[in-house]
Structure formats: structure tokens, C-alpha cells
Design a protein around this ligand. Structure first.
Ligand code: CP
Ligand code: NVA
Length: 315
């Protein structure tokens, strides 16, 4: 196996923009090699005796299970620390939790409500901290997204990606940062009031000026979908915003991925969704389970991309 660079040891992964394009390329290449090893059942115990702590303040299937299974396959251990069983949030601060966990474990995955809480934990941790999803970013998802696009099209910078739906959510923000870093073409189609955060847009524009990426924002879903090689969507109502569900269903009504929208895309178009999906809202059943769907590969690639990330940053 090609040696893993040691230059990234100890680094955090709090947002895609923490990493340069070359770092991401290294992760994607390594992830693909690990995927082959896993599929062929070739042992790859690259993190023997290492321990990863998982703290989830919101539900998770993919992120939790892929990190747990990934650590096991790498010869290490993952500890799923149920937040309700920790002192954190009741009688202990993020700072003290970070300092104590750093004495026991070799890395921490944190899924939390506010990016600021993640940044606070990372500030005080002495081991790498990985963002398992916040209100603003979902960088691990973006790694699997890039891996899936590269697998399907054998390149990234010749692929035109369209994200349709809530441009102001974590998955879209991380996709924007990923496409900007890798010099890709991306259009975000979202209704007025659900555009990506200004800071994300500005940073992406600055990155795109260096990488040659083109990142556009439109309010018309058909225009956004036209000619797309990747049609990507996510739920209209992210975790924590459930009280806005009815309003969002109305606001996003024209932004669902159905056959008519898919027909606007390119002939080679694939459909992506980070999951969990709300079938009948942002995606129809025929599209989610149809022949263009890359969704299940995308979910699988969470495992491989995160294993590559772990081997790169854990000491
Ligand atoms: N896509 C994703 O992060 O899924 P989970 O919420 O199940 O982890
Ligand atoms: N935007 C979604 C992603 C879930 C993986 C949410 O935050 O609920």
C-alpha cells in the first residue's frame, strides 16, 4: 500500500476549507485504495490500538455506524459516548471534556447543534477533532460526495453539479466548499430566503478565483437542473428546524427531485442525496430508487472516505 503522508497528523477537520485541494485529493485516493482492500477482505489495520470517541447530540445512522465500523476495520476502537451519559451539558464544560478526553482517546468526532460548540471543543482538545455535522457544515459528507462523483465520472473538474433545495444547510455549505476547492462547476438552486450563508458564498468565491471553480446561485429549479451531471438534494427541514416543517414544505414545493426535473439534466446525470430522505418531499420514490441514483454508493463511501481521513490525521 502507498505510504500515508504523516504531515496531516494531529489536524482537525471542522470544515472542508480546513483542507487544501491536495489534501482532499490524497484522502480520495487513499479512500479508493481502502475501499478495494475492504471489498477484497484484505486486512488494513492502520490504526491499531487507537481509540476514537463519538459524541452525538443529534441522531445519526451513517456517521455513527461508519465511524464505528471504520475504526474496527482499521484495528482500533470507537467509543459511542451517549451524550446523556456524559457530564457534558449538565455539569461539565466543553473545555474540560475536551481536555479530559484528550488524555484517553486519539480523536473525537462531535455532532452538535452549533459550529461554535465544535470550534470550542477543538480549541481545547489535544487530539484531532472531526465535525460529525453541525448547523453550518457537514464536511465528512462532502468527502464521500466527492468520492462518489469521482467514481462515477472518473474526474471532478469536468462534472457539473446542481444542488436543489435548502442552500442554507450544512450539506450544501460543505458541498460548496468542496466544489470550490476542487475547481468544479456547481449551481445551487434554492428558493428566496434559503440561499447559502453569505460567509460561505464569499469564501467559496475567493477559493474559486484560485482553483477555477464556477459557483452559481439561481432561484429557478428547472434552470438550475438544466444540463446537470449530478442532481443533489437534501431534506427541506434539517434536524432542529422541525417547527418550520409546514412552511418549508410550501416554500420548497417546486424544488423536489422528480422525473421531470431529472429530464432537464444531462444524459449521464446521477442523483445524489446524503440521506436520510423524506420520500415524496425533496425526492420521489422512483428517482431515489431509480437507475440514476448513486445514493447507496454515496452512503457506502462515507465509510471509506472517513477511514482515509482517520488514517491521515490520527497520530
Ligand atoms: N448523511 C448523514 O450524515 O446521515 P446520518 O445523519 O445518519 O449520520
Ligand atoms: N441537512 C440535514 C443533514 C442530515 C445528514 C440535517 O442537518 O438534518
Amino acid at each position: 500500500m502507498v505510504p500515508i503522508p504523516t504531515t496531516h497528523k494531529g489536524r482537525n477537520f471542522l470544515r472542508v476549507s480546513d483542507f487544501e485541494a491536495d489534501d482532499i485529493k490524497t484522502i480520495l485516493e487513499h479512500a479508493q485504495r481502502l475501499k478495494t482492500r475492504q471489498r477484497e477482505r484484505i486486512p488494513h489495520r492502520l490504526l491499531e490500538d487507537r481509540t476514537l470517541a463519538l459524541i452525538f447530540e443529534k441522531p445519526s445512522t451513517r456517521t455513527r455506524v461508519s465511524f464505528e465500523v471504520g475504526m474496527a476495520q482499521l484495528g482500533g476502537t470507537a467509543l459511542d459516548l451517549q451524550q446523556s451519559g456524559l457530564q457534558l451539558g449538565t455539569s461539565e464544560s466543553l473545555r474540560d471534556t475536551a481536555m479530559v478526553l484528550s488524555r484517553y482517546v486519539d480523536g473525537i468526532v462531535f455532532r452538535t447543534h452549533d459550529q461554535a460548540s465544535l470550534d470550542e471543543l477543538a480549541l481545547h482538545a489535544e487530539v484531532p477533532v472531526i465535525n460529525g455535522l453541525t448547523n453550518v457544515h457537514h464536511p465528512c459528507q462532502a468527502l464521500a460526495d466527492l468520492m462518489t462523483i469521482k467514481e462515477r465520472f472518473d474526474s471532478l473538474d469536468t462534472v457539473h453539479v446542481t444542488f436543489l433545495g435548502d442552500g442554507n444547510n450544512n450539506v450544501c455549505h460543505s458541498l460548496i466548499e468542496a466544489c470550490a476547492a476542487m475547481g468544479m462547476s456547481l449551481v445551487v438552486g434554492s428558493p428566496a430566503g434559503y440561499e447559502p450563508a453569505e460567509e460561505i458564498r464569499q469564501n467559496a468565491a475567493a477559493t474559486a478565483a484560485l482553483t477555477g471553480a464556477t459557483i452559481g446561485y439561481v432561484g429557478n429549479p428547472r434552470e438550475a437542473a438544466k444540463g446537470a451531471d449530478v442532481l443533489y438534494t437534501d431534506v427541506w427541514t434539517s434536524m432542529g428546524k422541525e417547527d418550520e416543517t409546514a412552511r418549508r414544505r410550501a416554500d420548497f414545493a417546486l424544488f423536489g427531485l422528480d422525473k421531470a426535473i431529472v429530464d432537464e439534466a444531462s444524459e449521464r446525470a446521477i442523483v445524489m442525496h446524503c440521506l436520510p430522505a423524506h420520500v415524496g418531499e425533496e425526492v420521489t420514490e422512483d428517482v431515489l430508487y431509480g437507475e440514476r441514483s448513486a445514493v447507496w454508493d454515496q452512503a457506502e463511501n462515507r465509510l471509506h472516505a472517513q477511514k482515509a481521513l482517520l488514517t491521515l490525521i490520527i497520530r
